[in-house]
Design a protein around this ligand. Structure first.
Ligand code: PGA
Length: 243
């Protein structure tokens, strides 16, 4: 049985004060959420400690937005796995399309981050997905397959989440059709060859499309950006209804 993972990626939003305020409004809305799903929030590094204090004793789990492959060293601006686990961090996003695009993050680096995470009992949420142009040229499957093969080399599929995030759907309001997202997630499952692998969809997930996405056979959760910034809309996503 694959337990869905509903994760909010706050990106570069939320100070510590805003995190406290958000959680004061959010926690009562998820008090009755069934425990058949994981509920995860990925704040910026500076809010990890505040979030860890606020969610102690609740069902909310913590993710970071990145992790380095070394435990320590001369790596300015990076963060090590042990710095994250100190704040009860359980997951870490790696290979998101924004660092891929703005900081030329490579599949090789992503693979090192994912392996380092697993060796520290952090579950990597490895993001893959094609651009608009790649999809139009009919290259989507080839691009995603390469990201999967290189990014996940020598990782353990039992301690892993893959997020299929078509880049053209991120922050654009343009969601991938649920059936098409499900088809790609099914391909990813075959390539990784693991029936237990958790595969999320990400890209303009909102209260209006969550129920349909979660009804798909190969979609085991979602990675939510914009709609996770408002406690009410994220709570509605977390509290998705089985249709
Ligand atoms: P979005 O972002 O929900 O704002 O489209 C998703 C993501 O970047 O993970």
């Amino acid at each position: 049985m694959r337990k869905p993972v509903i994760a909010g990626n706050w990106k570069m939003h939320m100070t510590c004060a805003q995190t406290k305020d958000y959680m004061n409004r959010f926690l009562p809305l998820v008090e009755a959420t069934p425990n058949d799903r994981h509920l995860v929030i990925a704040p910026p590094f500076t809010a990890l400690s505040t979030l860890a204090e606020t969610v102690s004793g609740t069902a909310v789990e913590i993710s970071s937005q990145n992790v380095h492959w070394e435990d320590k060293g001369a790596y300015t601006a990076e963060i090590s796995p042990t710095m994250l686990t100190e704040f009860q961090t359980k997951y870490t996003i790696v290979g998101h399309s924004e660092p891929r695009k703005y900081f030329s993050e490579s599949d090789e680096q992503i693979n090192k981050r994912a392996k380092s995470a697993q060796s520290h009992d952090l579950i990597p949420i490895v993001c893959v997905g094609e651009t608009d142009e790649q999809r139009e040229r009919g290259e989507a499957e080839r691009v995603i397959r390469r990201q999967i093969e290189q990014g996940l080399e020598d990782t353990d599929p039992e301690k892993l989440v893959v997020a299929y995030e078509p880049i053209w759907a991120i922050g654009t309001g343009k969601t991938c059709e649920a059936k098409e997202a499900n088809r790609i997630c099914g391909l990813i499952r075959n390539w990784v060859n693991s029936s237990n692998l958790i595969i999320q969809y990400g890209g303009s997930v909102k209260p209006g499309n969550i129920d349909e996405l979660m009804a798909m056979s190969d979609i085991d959760g979602v990675l939510v950006g914009g709609a996770s910034l408002e406690p009410e809309s994220f709570a509605r996503i977390v509290n998705y209804q089985n249709i």
